[in-house]
Design a protein around this ligand. Sequence first.
Ligand SMILES: [Zn+2]
Length: 95
Amino acid sequence: MFTAYRAATALVDTAAAEHQYLTAARNAIKAGKDGLILHMECPECDRVPSGRDGDPHVTVMTTSGFPVVVIGCEGYWVVNPAAVGVGHLAPNWEA
Ligand SMILES: [Zn+2]
């Protein structure tokens, strides 16, 4: 079982902010950045995303070739935004 990290309500809760977060998280994960806490299971439903069309989870493939959850099925940001350089987008994000 993975520790459930989740974002508190983001101050800047817009599609643009989510896009910036997703881009930053994807780049950090693809680069194999050290120190990231990654989840193969969604902290919100404790499931491994199916990867099928219509699955609400947003995942990114790691350099090791397994998918990790970046945005959970309820829309929370799963990877610490500060750890991928965009902490200003979600100052209330907490573990
Ligand atoms: Zn989920």
